[in-house]
Design a protein around this ligand. Structure first.
Ligand SMILES: *Cc1c(COP(=O)(O)O)cnc(C)c1O
Length: 378
């Protein structure tokens, strides 16, 4: 009765839709399910354009291409993030400029961004950690003041909002992931690029279609399609989109279920926080989150290692992440940490993610809570 860390969301109709897709005449990109998903996102997120991609990694790569990132350009982001946030821009020759995070949300510290801006800075990439929004008003204001672009890495943020606006729709571009570890998934890998600035609408379609104007051709806007720009193959196949559609149809059910289990963790571990053993996540009042993750922070690295071992002995698979990018071999080569690393390294060593996924049994959540409490002597 091991309690796994994650399970891909499955609501029941995914198999049916996958079969429908296979039996249609288009299982490659931009088939019927892709169109349904695009329409759903454009309505739900109120964005200018939504484009399904092969992954969030690729959506980030598309963003770097769209913004014409060149050798020597600087891109500001937190060091506490997944490698793809940085890699997408490094691939275009950019230098990554890491700034510290806030200890409350683990998001980029908006008050430390300005000191990292130079005349080479092109983009700020806020990462909405655990689906909790960064301080976007400050970030957008800085971007306007210094004429920079903002790409939101909202990989974890589907269905979350900041001051009522969906994450991913505030910056010029936003990216999402449908990897099986995220709240909503496609079959295989998958992602989404959100375009909030009309200037990028047409070129995004071209870059996604191998640098051709094939999308315009299909809409009857040009009479033959041809190579018009750089690009690559970033289309999600329609079978993957069919699985995603099954998830999206049950979006409220999935969101509600995750939030409910998140709250059970929170209530069950509150007393350990009161007694000073752990810290619980903090959700600023501007943010509505999506229960992407339930994490706790312990007092030191030794305690974290011991707690992870203890949970494993009791058949609970808890995990930690990330090794801050600025201290990784590639991060040292391609980036620089500007300002003091007050919280990134320290806080990243304290964090443990507990099992949380759609339809995890309440009894499993209770069991994990009991084991964490037992560890601290309860
Ligand atoms: C998951 C994740 C990604 C990568 O998503 P893929 O779809 O696996 O490429 C990028 N950034 C963050 C913050 C993520 O959590």
């Amino acid at each position: 009765m091991e309690i796994g860390f994650n399970k891909a969301p499955f609501t029941g109709n995914e198999e049916k839709y996958i079969l429908e897709s296979i039996n249609s005449d288009k299982i490659s990109g931009d088939g019927e399910f892709t169109k349904k998903c695009h329409k759903w996102f454009e309505e739900k997120l109120q964005c200018k354009k939504a484009l399904l991609t092969t992954s969030c990694t690729h959506a980030l790569e598309m963003a770097a291409l769209l913004l014409n990132i060149q050798d020597g350009d600087e891109v500001i982001m937190p060091s506490y993030t997944f490698v793809s946030t940085a890699n997408a821009f490094v691939l275009r020759g950019a230098k990554i400029v890491f700034v510290d995070i806030r200890p409350d949300t683990m998001n980029i510290d908006e008050s430390k961004i300005e000191q990292a801006i130079t005349n080479k800075t092109k983009v700020i990439v806020p990462v909405h950690y655990a689906g909790v929004g960064c301080e976007m008003d400050t970030i957008m204001h800085l971007a306007e003041q210094y004429n920079l672009f903002v790409v939101e890495d909202a990989a974890q943020g589907m269905m979350s909002t900041y001051k009522g606006k969906p994450l991913g729709t505030i910056g010029h571009l936003g990216t999402f992931s449908f990897h099986e570890t995220k709240n909503y998934t496609s079959a295989g890998e998958g992602g989404l690029l959100i375009i909030n600035d009309n200037r990028f609408k047409e070129r995004a379609e071209i870059i996604r279609e191998k640098g051709t104007n094939r999308s315009q051709f299909f809409r009857g806007m040009v009479d033959k399609y041809t190579w018009v720009d750089i690009g690559s193959s970033y289309l999600m196949n329609d079978v993957s989109a069919a699985y995603l559609w099954g998830n999206l149809e049950c979006v409220d059910e999935i969101n509600h279920n995750r939030l409910e289990n998140w709250q059970i963790y929170f209530n069950g571990l509150k007393e350990l926080e009161t007694r000073g053993f752990i810290k619980l996540p903090i959700i600023p009042k501007e943010s509505m989150h999506n229960a992407h993750m339930f994490y706790i922070k312990v007092q030191d690295l030794k305690t974290r290692t011991a707690l992870l071992d203890y949970l494993k002995q009791h058949d609970v698979l808890a995990v930690f992440h990330y090794i801050p990018l600025h201290s990784s071999p590639a991060g040292r080569k391609f980036g620089d940490f500007i300002g003091r690393d007050e919280f990134t390294t320290k806080e990243s060593e304290l964090l443990i993610r507990l099992p949380l996924f759609y339809n995890i049994k309440h009894s499993s959540v209770q069991y994990v809570i009991t084991k964490v409490r037992n560890f601290f002597g309860d």
